[in-house]
Design a protein around this ligand. Sequence first.
Ligand code: SF4
Length: 726
Amino acid sequence: IVTAGTKTTRATCPYCGTGCGVLIETTAGRITHVQGDPDHPANFGRLCTKGSTLHLTAATSVQEQTRLLTPQRRRARGDTPAPIGWDEALDDAADQLADIIRRHGPQAVGFYGSGQLLTEDYYVLNKLVKGLVGTNNLDTNSRLCMSSAVAGYKATLGVDAPPACYDDFKHAQTLFIVGANTAYAHPILFRRIEDARQANPAMKLIVADPRKTETAEMADLFLPIRPGTDVALFHGMLHVMLAEGLVDMDYIAQHTQGFEALRGLVADFTPASVAAICGIPQADLVQAAHWFGGHTPTLSLYCQGLNQSTRGTDKNATLINLHLATGQIGKPGAGPFSLTGQPNAMGGREVGGMANLLSAHRDLGNAEHRAEVAKLWGVPDVPAQPGKTAVEMFEAAARGEIKALWIACTNPAQSLPDQATVRKALETAELVVVQEAFATTATCAYADLLLPATTWGEKDGTVTNSERRISRVRSAIPAPGQARHDWSIFADLGRRLEQRLPERQAGWRHGMDTLFPYDSPESVWNEHRESTRGRDLDITGLSYEILETQGPQQWPMPQGHAQGRARLYEDGVFPTPDGRARFSAVPYEAVAEPCDEHHPFALNTGRLRDQWHGMSRTGTLGRLFGHVSEPSIDLNPVDMKRLGLGAGDLVRVTSRRGAVVLPAQPSDAVSPMQSFIAMHWGEEYLSGRDAQGRLMTGVNALTVPAFCPKSKQPELKNAAVGIEAV
Ligand code: SF4
């Protein structure tokens, strides 16, 4: 839309998985204003503090100070990188990758991407790594975000598909929010929850969280469970619901299997024992069960408190147990509903852009699925061996097994747990390529090659939000400097690797000159769309044109359908071999790192309201520091007093992996012997050292690399730490 010299472009916010629509105003080729898109069904015109200041983060002065605008190369680690041309940079990268692959095999390279890549970027990267290079060593920071939700859905419902939608907020009678501070992490969804509660005063809000967050402050019933005790809580609620006839035996009989094993398991989870494990009053546990099973429909919302755990998959699956046992799924206002952390973690899952996934929700472990994908791509096969997941990939690089790391649109030198190992990996790898929009991230300092990528306001493509809704992302301004789109960088690299690895090309193609014949994001998306035909997420009825004329759509939307599906499993049929959902009868197990006399505090991590991830974008705006201006560790006032601390006093926080020094602040939100540090602060604000004196960034100097054995998602939400005044 162009009016009086001002152009308005529809796009989406690049921050959280709510997926709000934005209208970007540009004048003379510059982004001058942003407002919420009143026609976007995720936000109907609303934006939170982060979304409404996007235009300020795109200001020229900010861009000049923060953006990576030309390809650059370091001749030696520690040198200042020198600008080079794109052809030279990509030829150099392809030469070095091909050399490493020839010398050590394809398993010696690893690609690490981001839930902020667009679906088209993800698709080309996935094909490049699994189809051409011949390894599944492709993982993304979505491993830190939603992989437990994926594994939980697949274990119980058959596929990775959130069954509910945002419209369900207003139909629910009970909202159960677990391990999610929705007020901060998904602010516009929280506004919709507030609206729903106002319209329906009878609605009950239960919040279970170790911290009394801003979300918990609003609850009718707050369950301040001990860290990591979620599975016990869910088993205890089911125990009560069984005892009091609040389960739906008809639904169980008709649509599920495995209930008897679960019934036997939860018999031991009496209210008294669960109250003791979780540290909550028995009466509150019983009340939660009564509302969940009796004050229906019931909708559960959950996020990293369940996912970022060594029991992440079990936590997800045992919450879904409650919905299956009560029949609270597949109808308005009911269902388990994972809230996606990042803007396009869903799109990445759809194209299979992770170490254990394949295109269109196919499984790497399934030979038929691998053959289908190989046929679609025109390659002889897709490797069967699962790739290294995020933590595993960097541990392998630290051991010298992975020789080349290609990192796109993410900052592992800040965001991965156990920074000491991550930094060692980046130092040890023969080749580190960083494909980034921002020159200021900690990971850039380790790059041999830096490739400038476009970012929000400059990119074209699609994203999928938490409710399976696909939206178009559109460029409002041209790429700055020499920055290029991620899909195009991957495609160019792919074409160069085809020339350098001719032995990997023979007989691979269906009469094509290249596996990467794309000339636009739409041409990539159309290939992705075809890969979904007949799958649970079938979008063969959708096109860029429909997204243009009819706006964002939810999958599935198969050919011949006029619109997508708001809710899944309304007929009670699940995408499993027998059409029945599976109960998950798993035991409760405690956190990976229990506290001891040297590390007596449990450390929790999480988001602030006005910052995003490693702050490469939000950290450029002074006004976004108005809410919280500096890092701190929140401690209960009782512990502050016992340690002789006043507000703002510096403390040294030490885990088994490293230490940081930062101010302590009293907070009633944190229970005694627990603590909280926000995840965002990078090395300008919060740094530490490991035992060898290696510099580390932020709270992940302290966190645990242990991960869920099923989802491989690390336990970023709990580490044992010692705290002492300095
Ligand atoms: Fe952006 Fe999320 Fe805020 Fe919406 S709620 S404006 S998607 S950060």
